[in-house]
Ligand binder design. Structure first.
Ligand SMILES: C[S@@+](CC[C@H](N)C(=O)[O-])C[C@H]1O[C@@H](n2cnc3c(N)ncnc32)[C@H](O)[C@@H]1O
Length: 325
């Protein structure tokens, strides 16, 4: 038998009274203590709507997150028409808690409208959100494409399967931290050719169209610029600790942005942390990291995942991504 408001009191084994909170406890501490708690716990059971406004100003280097997509999952149903209105209070709080050199990096996917005048068409909520974030004061610096070489086939109507998602990178200030060297990929040419090109002293060569590359510097960096299409296979919850989370992102995606958008030792937070991919990866990479998640069961399994710290993306899938480059 259950009753009560805000708390669920259940009679168990006849004599034992258990009290199970229905919603996460509201945070109560100074802003600095709250941040320290997030970083020390790694995964915290909490509602970001309550936590984010209470964090210290200019304390976070990187928010890397995949919020609930519009109308997508059983765990949070946000209608696409109301998505921007739902998200803006979170992003406003994140903006004030971000350092001048910091970022909000948002993985999100658009969807096909299920009803209304746009039924059957792509709903524009993602683009509306990007414009609203820019108007809120975030500097929209890049749109990355997360390409999924192993996207599942299905029945999608008069279109192909979804094989990419967006990752939007917003900076707070004009000089965000960015380390291209941390995400370079192997050059495509042979080692002999690289050595030959390093000796090229002719500098920039323009084509008839006026474009050119300065080959004297291209091959001195130890690797190539990966570009803004990031190919990482979806892992389909292969990680046994993901606790059945239906939207866990692959670790390789988090690695790319943690490595490039935050220095070692930086504060990295995920306000919609799900199975904990962001804090798991960021901690592994030497950042101070924490995640907030509103569903307690996800928090419990994410904490086990943090403790186990087993790399999730399997080698065979990483090879698949290499082939797709
Ligand atoms: C797309 S999932 C994130 C998945 C995550 N990137 C991972 O790799 O597992 C979004 C998560 O946000 C959580 N969430 C939704 N609203 C929240 C809120 N107000 N505070 C904290 N978490 C929230 C949902 O329960 C869900 O687990």
């Amino acid at each position: 038998m259950c009753f009560g408001s805000g708390f669920l009191s259940c009679t168990w084994l006849g004599s034992m009274l258990m009290t199970v909170p229905l919603s996460p406890p509201a945070p109560r501490a100074s802003p600095a203590h709250m941040l320290e708690r997030l970083l020390s716990e790694g995964m915290t059971w909490g509602d970001s709507a309550q936590w984010l406004p209470a964090l210290p100003t200019e304390s976070v280097d990187l928010w890397f997150t995949s919020p609930p997509y519009a109308d997508a999952r059983a765990y949070s149903r946000i209608h696409p028409d109301r998505y921007v209105e739902w998200f803006l209070p979170y992003s406003q709080s994140m903006l004030s808690a971000t350092r001048d050199t910091g970022w909000l990096v948002l993985n999100i996917k658009n969807r096909v409208a299920k009803s209304g005048p746009l039924q059957g068409q792509r709903h524009p909520y993602v683009y509306q959100l990007v414009i609203a974030l820019q108007q809120q004061g975030w500097r929209w610096l890049e749109t990355y494409i997360w390409s999924k070489p192993n996207a599942v086939p299905g029945r999608f109507g008069p279109r192909t399967k979804d094989s990419f998602e967006y990752v939007y990178a917003f900076a707070k200030g004009p000089k965000p931290y960015f380390d291209l060297n941390a995400i370079r990929v192997p050059y495509k040419t042979t080692p002999e050719e690289i050595e030959r090109r390093k000796l090229d002293k002719l500098g920039r060569r323009n084509t008839d169209a006026g474009f050119g590359r300065d080959r004297t510097t291209t091959y001195l960096h130890g690797g190539a610029d990966p570009g803004n299409v990031v190919s990482v296979p979806q892992t389909y919850n292969q990680y046994k600790g993901a606790g059945g989370h239906t939207a866990a992102m692959p670790e390789g995606l988090a690695e790319f942005f943690v490595n490039s958008c935050s220095p070692p030792g930086a504060v990295v937070l995920d306000p919609f942390a799900g199975s904990g991919t962001t804090p798991v990866v960021a901690r592994r990479l030497g950042r101070r990291a924490g995640g907030l998640e509103i569903h307690k069961s996800f928090v419990d399994t994410a904490r086990q995942r943090l403790c186990a710290d087993e790399p999730d993306d399997t080698p065979v899938l990483i090879e698949l991504a290499e082939l797709a480059r």
